[in-house]
Ligand binder design. Sequence first.
Ligand code: HEC
Ligand code: HEC
Ligand code: HEC
Ligand code: HEC
Ligand code: HEC
Ligand code: HEC
Length: 417
Amino acid sequence: MLLAISILSITAAAEVSADAGKKLFKANCASCHKLDKKLIGPALGDVTQRRTEEWLLKWIRNNAEFRASGDADANALFAEYKGSIMQAFPALTDDDIKSILAYTVEGDKKAAPAAAPAPGADAAAQAPAEGGNSPWLIYILGAFLLVNLVLLFRVRNTLKQINGENPTNLLEDVDFITRVLIANKRFMTFLTVVLALGFLYAIYSFLMGIGIEKDYQPVQPIAFSHKIHAGENGVDCNYCHSSARHSKHSGIPAANVCMNCHMYIDGSEVVDASGNLKYGGERSPEIQKIYAAIGWDPEERVYMEGYEQKPIQWIRIHNLPDLAYFNHAQHVNAGKVECQTCHGPVQEMEVAYQYSELTMGWCINCHRETEIKGENGYYAGAIDGSASISDRLVDRFHEEKITVANIGGLECGKCHY
Ligand code: HEC
Ligand code: HEC
Ligand code: HEC
Ligand code: HEC
Ligand code: HEC
Ligand code: HEC
């Protein structure tokens, strides 16, 4: 029981750890801060020496509010950075922020291998530092049960020997132990909890396994909106996804494509729904992330020299398994299928998501139903002026409608290597 209790208390304990801090830093701060040098914002490697924890908690949580409260240091810093904006992070808890600060102190150096536990520290309490779902927990529980069973056997056998009975009937023993255990309320509660946790974990893994799926809509590193670009500003899909026309992949544009416009549009004129300047005339923090990725200095209006560019880590939304072959050019060019037929109303999406199922059935259904267009280049007819391929196919199949299926679109080998 003791063990079970200590396990429970471990899971409940909130953690401040440099490891967790590193992840949070990479996800939220790395686009503007480095530990060892100035980026958009100051280097943070020594920030805990320059500022108190209380100051840092307030600044990182919501620096605009903090500045408005009249803190002199905060306002001086803001002035020093000529009004570059750091957004607020209302979702970060105090422990999250302390973890990030722990990371700024520890940095990227590998933690010393298996630091010796602090004297007097409970060994079990050290274990979870290894991380989340370690199988050790299961081994420990298993061992715990086994030890209990062996003990029960011993007790039972000893009792039998005292009574002068024959001590070794395994089946009888198992039966006895089962009854003892079932009668034991605490054991049954424990077992129920373990089973319930196992069940929840199984459901969780199952859902995570499905993961990339219809409606999948990850949070992207930059709040890029197709609605603003392809919708309101009417930028053609091909401006950014040019390879969709002539290659298998459609690809995501590199940051220099963004810079064609964002060298001039820094977001300071973005207005919100009520017609006010969204960032009070300051640069948009989202657009500054593009600058941070590519090394553009918006003050001096130059690309910083010797800057190590960091590609924007867009999270992939659509992802067919490797066993299936899909080619964009074949569909967009030859097949004349609109992007929206497969990807939905992208130009209205504030945040992109997966619109179609992308299952085999989805591919096949469309191949069964979609007529191949006789008038398009590929099927328009041979150079010698003879009938178009579609027309010839109509003759061959004695059907009015020639679908992708008729030209082999249902053959396994077309989609599977
Ligand atoms: C969009 C860019 C941006 C992001 C993202 C960002 N910061 Fe900042 N940060 C700045 C700028 C710029 C400053 C300088 C002050 C100013 O102009 O507001 C700053 C200042 C700071 C300071 C004060 C440093 C000092 O020298 O006193 C701390 C601490 C800080 N940021 C921590 C963080 C943490 C932690 C995160 C992530 C949770 C983060 N920042 C995310 C841009 C950013
Ligand atoms: C200004 C550049 C730009 C334009 C114009 C644009 N996109 Fe995108 N598109 C992006 C960027 C950047 C991403 C990655 C970020 C995201 O998913 O929102 C993306 C992602 C996508 C994705 C998801 C890719 C994945 O991860 O699986 C699809 C689908 C897509 N765009 C389709 C379109 C279509 C269709 C149009 C035209 C209606 C269009 N895009 C116009 C820049 C653009
Ligand atoms: C053809 C020009 C063009 C290209 C290319 C372009 N953008 Fe934009 N972007 C705009 C315009 C116009 C706005 C709206 C600005 C406004 O309302 O003041 C905008 C707004 C934005 C905003 C919203 C700013 C905010 O905080 O509200 C983000 C983020 C953004 N763009 C990111 C990107 C990224 C990332 C790329 C490259 C993948 C990109 N843009 C490529 C023209 C472009
Ligand atoms: C016949 C359906 C279909 C059409 C039409 C189509 N796509 Fe796709 N698109 C897909 C599928 C399926 C994937 C996933 C491919 C993979 O994982 O290999 C995908 C993936 C993407 C991606 C993610 C990057 C990549 O290349 O895998 C982008 C971006 C994209 N499409 C944009 C477009 C644009 C822009 C158009 C129009 C010019 C378009 N798509 C037309 C089905 C389609
Ligand atoms: C919206 C309808 C549509 C969907 C959905 C669709 N396709 Fe297609 N597909 C077409 C059309 C139209 C063609 C014919 C192109 C042409 O004219 O060459 C085609 C052709 C093909 C071909 C070439 C067939 C041949 O005989 O040369 C392959 C391979 C293919 N598709 C794979 C896929 C895969 C894999 C998927 C699912 C991930 C898929 N398609 C989803 C419409 C679709
Ligand atoms: C038009 C394209 C297309 C054709 C034709 C096609 N498949 Fe598929 N198949 C796919 C796609 C796409 C997937 C991946 C679907 C997913 O991830 O849900 C797939 C998945 C599969 C899988 C794996 C299923 C799984 O659960 O992972 C098998 C097995 C398979 N196909 C067999 C076949 C056989 C056999 C044929 C011929 C009778 C065939 N396919 C014809 C597109 C096709």
